[in-house]
Write a protein that binds this ligand. Structure first.
Ligand SMILES: *Cc1c(COP(=O)(O)O)cnc(C)c1O
Length: 374
């Protein structure tokens, strides 16, 4: 393997554990759709798919055709559901992987219908409703145009409607409860207007499924919880990712010196600064500079500079035994401490997934199963 300056470690045992924990919170008969979009949230479809398939998951959510191709290549013969409206060429190709498409409105339904004609076969679809008020791709059944759209979709011969769905705009219990009630009513109307039998109804993500049982319906679409990126359930979900590097260089500078670009940091006392070979081009966003902390020898070290393209600077003055080659954890656990999603979100004002999905795609990934990550 080519040596790397930083890497992502994936603990697939945590994913198996999280799957068990989530399943214990589902009502009887509720199907679990494991969401592996965005290359399994940066954890790698190659690493995550065997775990969820091995655990008996029969429905997997994706966004790209490449993800679907990998799943079929791994022998997965369950259902693959696409979690967004797809482009015409994606749908045409997607039929080869038996992808169930997410229909995002009447005009988009026509795109699916055309793809069906091109392929000479019906395409299974889930019709999105705007019951939750996301107003992104769901059909608004509270308008006459929306009701006409549903009927028109019901008449499209190339669409095999296998589900009706919705997606929540907010992680807020009251908002989800209201949306779930409205979805229950509208899903009934939609099924009738579509003229289909008893198709699957689903709207819940991790937050909704775990905090509002009435939102589970026939299926839940679980991403965040699978990867341990949820503070729900009192910390029983285990983060599956660590982002790791090492100290590449270490130098002492006197009190009064300024460190890094823009002279943004002035040393109050003599200090030892460690160079970590990760920067914003590696997905370690500039917004983390001067705000985040990393772990070295199980202790915290502040990121003191504004970051460079491929380096960041940490103050390890308080960690006397720190030396070149020491492991640096920028996300995840080391010793008894951890840089958590909650912390990343507080520091950056972004959701953690915005960062770690990029880390997972920009940095090499290693499975740590069978390897101690103490
Ligand atoms: C990503 C996604 C999910 C999974 O959401 P989590 O909060 O990560 O569980 C579910 N449904 C849709 C439509 C999505 O895009």
């Amino acid at each position: 393997m080519t040596p790397a300056a930083g890497w992502v470690e994936v603990d697939t045992r945590a994913i198996a554990h999280n799957l068990d924990v989530v399943r214990a919170h589902l009502a009887d008969g509720v199907e679990l759709c494991a969401v592996l979009k965005a290359d399994a949230y940066g954890h790698g479809v190659d690493l995550v798919a065997p775990v969820v398939i091995g655990a008996g998951v029969r429905t997997i959510g994706v966004t790209s055709n490449g993800e679907a191709r990998m799943l079929r290549g791994a022998g997965f013969d369950g259902r693959i559901l696409r979690l967004r409206p797809a482009l015409a060429e994606e749908i045409t190709d997607g039929a080869s992987h038996a992808i169930e498409e997410w229909v995002g409105g009447e005009a988009h339904a026509k795109v699916v219908q055309d793809a069906s004609a091109t392929r000479g076969r019906r395409i299974p679809v889930h019709v999105a409703l705007n019951s939750t008020g996301l107003s992104r791709d769901g059909i608004p059944l509270d308008t006459a145009a929306g009701r006409r759209a549903i009927e028109a979709i019901g008449r499209m011969p190339g669409l095999d409607v296998v589900g009706v769905c919705a997606h929540f705009p907010c992680e807020d219990v009251d908002d989800v409860e209201r949306g779930a009630r409205d979805f229950a009513a509208e899903a009934g109307l939609a099924v009738e207007a579509l003229g289909v039998g008893d198709v699957g109804r689903h709207c819940a993500t991790t937050f909704a499924a775990l905090s509002v049982p009435d939102a589970q319906f026939d299926m839940v679409r679980i991403g965040a919880a699978l990867y341990g990126d949820s503070a729900l359930l009192g910390g029983r979900l285990r983060p599956a990712m660590r982002v790791v590097s090492r100290i590449a260089a270490l130098n002492g500078y006197p009190a009064g010196a300024t460190a890094g670009y823009g002279r943004a940091h002035r040393l109050a006392t003599d200090a030892r600064l460690g160079v970590v070979p990760l920067g914003y081009a590696d997905g370690y966003r500039r917004g983390l500079g001067r705000r985040a902390e990393v772990l070295v020898r199980g202790r915290r070290a502040p990121v003191v500079d504004r970051l460079a393209m491929n380096t960041l600077l940490v103050d390890v003055s308080a960690i006397e035994d720190a030396r070149i080659g020491d492991e640096v954890v920028v996300y995840g656990a080391q010793g008894s401490d951890a840089i958590t999603s909650t912390e990343i979100e507080r520091v950056t004002g972004e959701i953690a997934a915005d960062l770690y999905t990029a880390w997972g795609r920009l940095l090499p990934r290693r499975s740590v199963v069978g390897v101690s990550i103490g």
